[in-house]
Design a protein around this ligand. Structure first.
Ligand code: NAI
Length: 327
């Protein structure tokens, strides 16, 4: 039988973990013919709860689940892993400054980057879901000098999926009728969901909508603030949808997109004037396990302003973590 793919998940006892682990174990990441071995990292006080989750994984008797290991030592848990889904992060507490948030997360993603650098498999691919995802990915990347930078990415696929769903609802079409969706910039309120390159039934989505005011004042803020709307309604942060997007991202990265555009936050090579080295969202395609930024797009003044604003925020996060000595 096939060699199991080793998938590490951090923050495995958390809310996203509770949805994500079962999807991975059921074969949603690499299909029904590829066994997976789960490597679950948590902080010490959460290990008991994690043991309970593992009991439930056992009880599902998933044929694709080849094994589960848990622990609080990144160097042990990450040993030989092919994919690392870094979900566990320090949330922003009441009254917490952004600098403190970045510093606390540096204390998580710096050591995890170092551990991956030492013990992960040669083909390691890293997906950061834990917020602030883009800058956490930058910290992990900067602490893993022996892993190629392009193996570090952050999740903007949930934003991408939200952008698809909101557009489909507006136009009365299905998400499958939409192509070339893209999210630019940071996974934050400054992100830019781009309807000028998205296509619906062979024409520009912006033209299909035909209402710039709706795009600017309803669509973009609805997509960007969807996380807060879910907390308002559910009393808890989005978890199943975040898990589903994390699966979409890692699966497409491994298996390819067949020419289809998806959004991934990846280390910028300077394309579209996005500061080189920051981890920013772009439209990408994936083939042979490698993502490429879609090239040659025309960026109009409106899009330029939105992309630049989000990039400015990422540059300022980068400057802060640099000053803190985290990168
Ligand atoms: P949660 O608080 O339920 O779970 C987080 C888990 O991480 C906890 O069990 C905690 O013990 C663990 N953890 C903390 N430090 C750790 C460390 N050093 N090593 C291993 N585990 C550690 O949070 P939830 O709802 O599961 O969300 C996780 C993260 O994902 C948050 O940062 C959240 O903001 C982010 N998120 C990102 C989204 C995206 O689209 N990029 C969407 C939704 C959430």
């Amino acid at each position: 039988s096939a060699t199991p793919v080793k998938v590490a998940v951090t923050g495995a006892a958390g809310n996203i973990g509770y949805s994500l682990l079962f999807r991975i174990a059921a074969g949603d990441l690499f299909g029904p013919d590829t066994p997976v071995e789960l490597r679950l990292l948590e902080i010490t006080p959460a290990l008991k709860a994690l043991e309970g989750v593992v009991m439930e994984l056992d009880d599902c008797a998933f044929p694709t689940l080849a094994g589960v290991q848990i622990g609080d030592d990144a160097k042990k848990v990450f040993d030989g892993v092919n994919h690392a889904l870094l979900v566990g992060a320090k949330p922003r507490g009441p009254g917490m400054e952004r600098g403190d948030l970045l510093k606390d997360n540096g204390g998580i993603f710096g050591p995890q980057g170092k551990a991956l650098n030492e013990v992960a498999a040669d083909d390691i691919k890293v997906t950061v879901t834990g917020n602030p995802a883009n800058t956490n990915a930058l910290i992990a990347m900067s602490n893993a000098p022996d892993i190629p930078n392009e193996r570090f990415t952050a999740l903007t696929r949930l934003d991408h999926n939200r952008a698809l769903a909101q557009l489909a609802a507006k136009l009365g079409v299905t998400v499958s009728d939409i192509s070339q969706m893209s999210i630019w910039g940071n996974h934050s309120a400054t992100q830019y969901p781009d309807l000028f390159h998205a296509q619906v039934g062979g024409k520009s989505a912006a033209e299909a909508v035909g209402d710039q005011d709706w795009i600017e004042n309803t669509y973009i803020p609805t997509v960007a603030k969807r996380g807060a709307a879910i907390i308002d309604a559910r009393g808890a942060s989005s978890a199943a949808s975040a898990a589903s997007a994390t699966i979409d991202h890692a699966r497409d990265w491994q298996l390819g997109t067949g020419g289809k555009w998806v959004s991934m936050s990846v280390p910028s090579d300077g394309s579209y004037g996005v500061t080189e080295g920051i981890i920013s969202s772009f439209p990408v395609t994936v083939a042979d396990g490698k993502w490429s930024i879609v090239q040659g797009l025309e960026i109009d003044d409106f899009s330029r302003g939105k992309i630049d604003a989000s990039v400015r925020e990422l540059v300022s996060e980068r400057d802060t973590v640099k000053e803190l000595g985290l990168i």
